[in-house]
Design a protein around this ligand. Structure first.
Ligand code: ADP
Ligand code: AMP
Length: 218
């Protein structure tokens, strides 16, 4: 089993990045860092950052880089990240990727793999309308594909699971546009660096995970 690995998860909103990142984090014992989760945590706690981020998230837009980049760089500088991590939802555009590369370069470090979870737009719309997220711990379910044991209740912490505000159909369309315009170019960016790996995200989540483990263990 490979350890000390630094991974970026790429893919459209709803492709299954978070689902897979959680499994990677558990198996390889590295932190799962989701900028979306960090923003939602701040929104829940009513912080200034949360209130600012919410304005953009509710419209399906990216939170400005000035707010996002510092949070991420501070997080990966923490002690628990020294043996690796899996990033979920960052970078979301080329400037974020460049800032991350430069910051890692300064400490003679680099990302090992950018894993693109590939799911066509048609499947995404269905995925997002069925997604439910725990209001307390952020664990993610799907009403049909990955239901909780007890309806409406998180398996992990027992809190309520709800449809995210930004998973409503109108916002999902905007988020997909933003993905194609700003995030998808990262596929070529990491391809050029030789670290892009692509997995089919339309299959069962356990099979997606097996494909990812094959890549990481190779
Ligand atoms: P992302 O982090 O990329 O936005 P999530 O991991 O939250 O995506 O997954 C989006 C939705 O699709 C969730 O409801 C999740 O339970 C469901 N899901 C994730 N992986 C699969 C899969 N392989 N097959 C079917 N549904 C999936
Ligand atoms: P996610 O949980 O990854 O689907 O992210 C939810 C929302 O948080 C996105 O639609 C953005 O508004 C915001 N967000 C998360 N990560 C980033 C990022 N790296 N850059 C900008 N905005 C982000």
């Amino acid at each position: 089993m490979r350890e000390k690995v630094k991974i970026i998860m790429l893919g459209a909103p709803g492709a299954g990045k978070g689902t897979q990142a959680k499994m990677i984090s558990e198996k390889y014992n590295i932190p799962h860092i989701s900028t979306g989760d960090i923003f939602r945590f701040n929104i829940k706690n009513g912080t200034e950052l949360g209130m600012e981020a919410k304005k953009y998230m509710d419209q399906g837009l990216l939170v400005p880089d000035e707010l996002t980049v510092k949070i991420l760089l501070d997080r990966v500088a923490k002690d628990d990240c020294k043996d690796g991590y899996v990033l979920d939802g960052f970078p979301r555009n080329i400037p974020q990727a460049e800032v991350l590369d430069n910051a890692l370069g300064e400490i003679d470090d680099k990302i090992d793999f950018a894993i693109d979870v590939d799911v066509p737009d048609e499947n995404i719309i269905k995925r997002m309308s069925g997604r439910r997220a725990c209001i307390n711990c952020g664990a993610t379910y799907h009403m049909e594909n990955i239901p909780p044991k007890k309806e409406g209740i998180c398996d992990d912490c027992g809190a309520e699971i709800v449809l995210r505000d930004d998973d409503r159909p109108k916002t999902v369309g905007k988020r997909l546009d933003v993905y194609h315009e700003q995030t998808q170019p990262l596929i070529d960016f990491y391809q050029a660096k030789g670290i892009l790996r692509t997995v089919d995200g339309t299959i069962d989540m356990k099979d997606v995970f097996a494909a990812i483990c094959d890549i990481l263990d190779r």
